[in-house]
Design a protein around this ligand. Structure first.
Ligand SMILES: Nc1ncnc2c1ncn2[C@@H]1O[C@H](COP(=O)(O)OP(=O)(O)OP(=O)(O)O)[C@@H](O)[C@H]1O
Ligand SMILES: [Mg+2]
Length: 277
């Protein structure tokens, strides 16, 4: 789904943020991007939805070179991509409901469907009671959850999550991560930049470590079993999206919880947010 060939990015001030990055991410994969602050994680993510243009190399999404797209074609690329931004980018003059509904208006969804799906998504991220509130009246974690809802609402083929748990307490961070895992189980490819080592270590997915604008380690190339789901597997495979809830271990030092200790991963029979066939 994603191919980067010798990609470099030099910002206008001359800073080399990425140097000769080669990367292949197959469809349906869940990849963690890790590395210290300034390593180039957000820059790499920005290249994938053409927020930034590479200075050199090729960025292919489903075989399409995103750099060669004309400006008027870019919205079509972005329709298939959900993005959770490190700095939220919520629309300040729109309510929580409108921020989540907006992405569906853009793709011409019917008003009835918009309403149904938006309310379901707000329920899922635990913000139904805040639907008429504006972003500046929300906590950081609540704003983060609006971003998650907005990114997931159109069941994107690819979800780019830049520090989606950055402002969240541990339990809430796990709730967001569970939603991303479920979306991945339903067919969405996920690229998640994160500093949350407890999440990365617990989920045992593919991990790409960046440093100084380069990929210095990739678990897919190290024969490390990348995609077992020790915590979530059975529950996530069994049905519809889990509803929002408190699902995490309460201390980062705690070992992986057993499935039975994470009760709200049970399928939610009310939810019908699924990928279109
Ligand atoms: N618009 C820009 N102009 C110039 N330099 C930039 C720009 N954006 C980012 N950089 C620089 O590029 C480097 C990589 O930035 P990037 O945001 O990709 O890092 P990151 O790995 O996402 O870090 P963090 O974990 O702090 O989010 C940093 O040194 C940063 O200062
Ligand atoms: Mg970043």
């Amino acid at each position: 789904m994603i191919t980067l060939r010798t990609v470099s990015k030099v910002y206008p001030n001359g800073f080399h943020a990425l140097s000769n990055v080669d990367l292949v991410i197959p469809k349906n994969e869940f990849v963690f991007l890790i590395g210290s602050s300034g390593a180039g994680k957000s820059t790499l993510i920005k290249l994938l939805f053409r927020e930034e243009l590479a200075s050199q190399g090729q960025v292919l999404i489903n075989g399409v070179d995103v750099m060669s797209l004309k400006n008027k074609q870019v919205p079509y690329l972005r329709r298939k991509i959900g993005v959770i931004f490190q700095d939220f980018k919520l629309l300040p003059n729109m309510t929580v409901y409108e921020n989540v509904a907006f992405a569906q208006r853009v793709i011409g969804q019917s008003p009835k469907k918009i309403k149904t799906r938006t309310l379901k998504m707000l329920d899922l991220v635990g913000l139904l009671s805040k639907r008429d509130v504006y972003p500046d009246e929300l906590s950081g974690g609540e704003q983060q959850r609006v971003c998650v809802g907005r990114a997931m609402i159109n069941s994107p083929d690819l979800l780019l999550a830049d520090e989606p748990t950055g402002n969240l307490d541990l339990d809430t961070a796990w709730g967001i991560t569970d939603l991303l895992c479920k979306l991945n189980e339903l067919g969405t490819t996920i690229v998640m930049a994160t500093h949350a080592t407890h999440i990365v270590e617990n989920l045992k997915k593919r991990v790409i470590r960046m440093e100084g604008g380069k990929i210095i380690e990739d678990s897919a190339l190290n024969n490390v079993a990348p995609r077992s789901l020790p915590v979530l597997g059975a529950a996530l495979r069994s049905g519809s999206l889990p509803k929002w809830g408190r699902v995490a271990p309460t201390q980062s030092s705690k070992p992986s919880p057993s499935p039975s200790s994470r009760p709200n991963l049970r399928p939610n029979p009310k939810s019908n947010l699924r990928h279109k066939p």
